[in-house]
Design a protein. Structure first.
Length: 424
């Protein structure tokens, strides 16, 4: 093993375990690797800039901003009200409201943290009032929030599409059935919990309540129709869809709902830019990492070793899923996608895996990583919203993690779940 390879693997791992932020750990490893390999250091800033020069990546800040505007403008509250009148009378009704509202919100924002924060802030107190344990309510809000990487438009699919150079629209479509399966599994967990804990049933909404909720929520419900309809009809690109979502949320929040104040917009924009900066730093620095990986031919060597030692595709996919799950427990899932992207793509090519199917597997893994202890991003959002400790949420979330892993197994070994809805 060369000194550069040792730096890229063990060196990076040690920095991460020492608590160095992922973006800085990647940048440090790349900088030292260039010095050791005697490569002109000008490659460092060049690779960082080149890593972010994709028009598609502009969708990330705009979808983040759209989520913030919808929350401040009251659209998330309208979505919860609509979901409430439709399913609250079922066993586990408030939990089902959380899942349904999160799924609709995710179809506009594309962001798991934004969905967790927006829906969790409303539904966690509401579920506690209806007899749910706060830890379970928070775990459900976190789990429902991570539907966002699967339900289009998804920021995770945008990132993977740029890395793998695949059609973003086709990747979006590959996540629909996995997302529906995951939501259904969560609903089953909620139903069992409600039965076991004898959560009282809520009164069925009257037709007058349903009509009122639909009338007041029509603008919120129309948002995913515009965003997704425009995408699949080819009216606009994913980036343009994100901009449309922002403009729509701004107009409705300010002029229709009148809950969004112009003075709030700079703060909402700043919050979206903070998250975007973290993501873009990882992407930028990881481009240099990818160049060094290619220089050392690590992708080729790893895929070749796997081909020689693992005969069956199903075995390789099992190893890949286990490795991704273990890495996601200690490492940011976006960093895993970006840093290991070239290697993952080389492995998929070696085993002739459909690239869209493979993208669905990777992003399903990413969704699980956002909820998996100890560092799933949405866990920390749930902590902030609920005020609970990480340990209490982590204990309560495991039934949902198991359901997610079952869905991952189905997506991995039944390609139709990712490819059935592909446009002809």
């Amino acid at each position: 093993m060369s000194s550069v390879t040792l730096l890229l693997s063990a060196g990076f791992g040690l920095l991460v375990l020492a608590g160095v932020p992922f973006a800085f750990a990647i940048a440090a490893v790349v900088a030292v690797s260039l010095f050791v390999a005697d490569i002109n250091p000008i490659l460092l800033p060049q690779s960082f800039v080149a890593g972010t020069q994709s028009f598609t990546l502009l969708a990330i800040p705009f979808f983040m901003l759209a989520g913030g505007l919808m929350t401040a403008g009251g659209l998330s509250r309208r979505l919860v009200d609509v979901a409430d009148v439709l399913v609250r009378h079922r066993t586990g009704g408030m939990g089902l409201v959380t899942i349904l509202a999160a799924g609709i919100f995710a179809s506009i924002s594309g962001s798991a943290p934004a969905t967790t924060a927006a829906i969790g802030a409303i539904m966690i107190p509401a579920m506690v009032d209806r007899g749910y344990e706060k830890s379970f309510a928070t775990a459900l809000a976190v789990s429902a929030g991570v539907l966002a990487p699967l339900i289009p438009p998804s920021i995770a699919f945008v990132i993977w599409g740029v890395i793998a150079e695949q059609s973003i629209t086709r990747l979006f479509t590959s996540g629909i059935l996995p997302g529906v399966l995951m939501a259904g599994g969560m609903a089953l967990v909620v139903w069992i919990y409600a039965k076991r804990n004898r959560i009282p049933l809520q009164q069925r909404a009257s037709w007058a309540e349903i009509r009122r909720a639909l009338r007041q929520g029509v603008w919120a419900l129309f948002a995913p129709v515009i965003v997704l309809g425009g995408l699949y009809l080819g009216v606009f690109t994913p980036t343009e869809a994100a901009v449309v979502a922002c403009i729509y949320a701004l107009i409705i929040g300010v002029f229709v709902e009148r809950r969004l104040n112009w003075r709030e917009i700079p703060a909402i924009t700043a919050d979206a830019l903070k998250v975007t900066a973290i993501v873009m730093a990882i992407i930028a620095f990881s481009n240099g990492f990818g160049i060094m990986v290619a220089q050392e031919q690590l992708s080729t060597r790893l895929s070749g070793w796997l081909s020689e030692n693992i005969d069956q595709k199903w075995q390789m996919l099992a190893i890949l899923n286990i490795a991704f799950f273990l890495l996601a427990a200690v490492m940011d899932e976006i960093a895993i996608m970006v840093v290991l992207g070239p290697m993952l793509i080389a492995i998929a090519n070696a085993y002739a895996i459909d690239p869209v199917h493979f993208g669905a597997i990777i992003v399903t893994n990413s969704a699980i990583g956002m909820a998996a202890p100890p560092i799933g991003y949405c866990l920390f959002v749930g902590m902030a919203v609920s005020g609970l400790s990480l340990n209490r949420i982590a204990v309560a979330i495991w039934p949902f993690i198991v359901i997610m892993l079952v869905v991952l197994f189905m997506v991995t070994y039944i390609p139709a779940f990712a490819l059935l809805l592909q446009p002809s």
